[in-house]
Design a protein around this ligand. Sequence first.
Ligand code: TNX
Length: 504
Amino acid sequence: FLLCVSCTGIKDTAVESQVSSTPEIIPLPVNVSWKTGFYSVPANNIICYDDKSKESAAWLERLLVSAGLKPTMVQGSQQNCGNWQIEIDENLTGKLGEEGYVLDIRDNGVNLKAGTNVGLFYAIQTLRQFFPAEVEKTISSNSKINLKQAYIEDSPEFSWRGTMVDVSRSFFGLEYLKAHVDRMALYKMNRLHLHLTDDQGWRIEIKSKPRLTEVASKSSVKGGRSGFLTQEEYKELQDYAAKRNIIIIPEIDMPGHIYSALLAYPELNCPEFSNIEPKKALPPNIYDGYDVGWSRFCLDKPETYEFVSAVISELAEITQGPYIHMGGDEIEDPLYEEFVVKADSIINSYNKIPIGWEEVTKAEVSENMISQQWTGRTDSVVEGLKVIESICSHFYLDHGNTSKQPNTATWCKEDGINLQEVYDFSASNPNVIGVEAPVWTEYVLDDASMDNRFWPRAVAVAEIGWTPQGKRNFRSFTDRLAGHGARLSNMGIYFFQSPEVKWK
Ligand code: TNX
């Protein structure tokens, strides 16, 4: 057969193209040794898994099936499964942590090993990028797959590798958010923060406060979409994300950015709405504008704390992950710090870890408060708090991809934030647990625009979160990203064709 191929000059182009290329892996693994040959995957190979790696084995099977192969999954270590094995080795956790893995692509098979199923999931995401981009759709069944031989040992720099979607100004529902989770997972991102509430709309069902959905979910920013996640949908999203090792972080933004709740429950305003200056909106009018920092709870009313407790207790009950974000941004009020301390303690009382935008560090918060930095304040009252980096000049992806891109924010960086400006972020604070890129939605009104803001800049964020700074290089990143255009397209992403990349 081999002879015949060479004598007739017939070439399998799929094979040829892969033989000449090294896979473009993003985020760049910490240690890769490339070997010279390729391993040709048999169409009907047998893959053995152990009892602990069952769920990961199912993901691996899915990858091979989408590559047009017909693997047989076998539990146990039988003789003929020497060629492909996926297994948990708990000893690896010491060396590679909870998320690390080993991927060994040999001349006659593949081994995936990790201390946990999370690590195995990431081994599979790396292996996925050895396969042609067509696996993101589904390849015809007679394809020939050649994998470059390599030995990889890999683990992340940071435990927090996130994105934030503002679903309040304009609503993005279950279907979009699931697709977003899928996209994040390919790049080993693991935190999805939902900005669920703001002046323009309330997006999560709270059964004890029905007017939040009956009234406050019906509005949005001008031209945006309204709506809300039912508790069933919220659960479905969390389950879907958890399978992909992504934790959902719900944010209720308080005590400012709260007009939609005041619309539903006007008693949370100070008497005669005197706290609203200038008078942007008063119940029963909705607010569909762009201003920030003007609305607030009436902080000396007991009703406010009754409301906050009711919302947080129900939210804590339906939230699977360990975190609740309390917002806390962009508001001046003499009672602000007292409010922050109380909300912090309410969140703690439901055994959740509180997160706030950096302004909360003006108050004497609990030691487990996580500060999400957007300007980089350093005057925290409590020292040593954990920090998530969302510095606006690198991570606010509602800003344009280039200068003059329409419908983008410009307040933090007038000329937009190009791919390199995202990528060149370096964390200086030793308390940093990771990075998170928000897309605010004052001007992002539909799915295609959301795709355009996140992709490919979120891929850069993923690499910042995973690959240690000393191993990162923008040129190497854009060279690898060039090959991901087809993958992003095959996933249905309307990504921005960053001019810094020579897209293939
Ligand atoms: C700042 S920074 C906000 C949001 C806006 C965004 C627009 C921060 C915590 N809040 O309310 O949507 O700017 O870019």
